[in-house]
Design a protein around this ligand. Structure first.
Ligand code: XBP
Ligand code: MG
Length: 249
């Protein structure tokens, strides 16, 4: 019996990386007078490192000889990240990034069927609130019983810590839940916690290795914006709660 759905945020609920996080990082670099700039291509490579602070630290260590020797590097990264978070939230407040096709429909369906909802993400909690409030309205945060985010666990994805945290907070076994992810790092984390995982890939992750996934889709889809993978393989236009039950139970 499926009791809960656990959603990743970036790349899964919304396409936030290319025109959201990346832009906010670049703004912060400029605001701090750094000559760093992450192109769409460079950012795609940097996504191998999860977490904004960890991503910047990796970048400076491999790309900027002068800055990496700074005694206050950790402090700089912390300040840059706080600025980046402010930029990202501001960006979402002014120009909300829409949820991916089928997300709101599936959330509504799940709630109507009393499936419990949670979030498991590496991103900062403020970013999750800004995304959900702008895309779904102020009440939508309450739809999620647990929001596991950011530095709340010692190790970010691909470690399974955040999923273990969410399962423990919900008092549920992995066998009763389904995870939704978009990336290799994401599925490594969810499978690490023994969760059946459905993948909706995106431009940055379509070539990732999704071994172990219960289903790999281009998107969840809607009647007027079908999932091409579902249409080809299952003759269905979009992913429903019933399909998920059949697939993973
Ligand atoms: C998302 C991330 C995040 C964001 C940036 O991974 O890696 O780090 O890119 O967010 P996932 P912060 O979708 O697997 O959770 O800057 O707030 O860390
Ligand atoms: Mg993701």
């Amino acid at each position: 019996m499926i009791k809960a759905f656990i959603f990743d945020v970036d790349g899964t609920l919304a396409d936030t990386e290319r025109h959201g996080h990346r832009v906010a990082f670049n703004q912060a670099f400029e605001q701090f007078g750094l000559d760093w700039h992450w192109s769409e291509e460079t950012y795609g490579e940097l996504l191998a490192v999860t977490g904004g602070k960890e991503r910047m630290l990796h970048y400076v260590q491999s790309h900027d000889k002068a800055e990496r020797q700074r005694a206050d590097l950790q402090d700089l990264i912390k300040q840059l990240h706080a600025q980046k978070t402010r930029n990202y939230v501001e960006l979402l407040n002014h120009n909300a990034i829409p949820l991916r096709p089928g997300i709101q429909r599936l959330l509504d369906e799940a709630r109507a069927q009393e499936i419990r909802l949670a979030i498991a993400t590496t991103t900062t909690p403020d970013n999750v609130s800004a995304l959900l409030e702008n895309a779904l309205g102020a009440d939508s945060l309450d739809w999620f019983e647990v929001i596991g985010a950011g530095d709340i666990v010692p190790h970010k994805k691909p470690a399974a810590d955040i999923y273990f945290y969410v399962l423990q907070e919900m008092g549920l076994d992995a066998a009763d839940c389904v995870a939704f992810e978009d990336s290799r790092n994401g599925i490594l984390a969810s499978l690490g916690a023994d969760l059946s995982t459905i993948i909706t890939y995106n431009g940055y992750t379509e070539q990732d290795d999704f071994s172990g996934a219960s289903l790999v889709l281009d998107q969840m889809g809607e009647a007027d914006n079908p999932s091409l993978v579902l249409r080809q393989s299952y003759q269905q236009d979009y992913l429903t709660v019933d399909m998920i039950r059949q697939m993973v139970q």
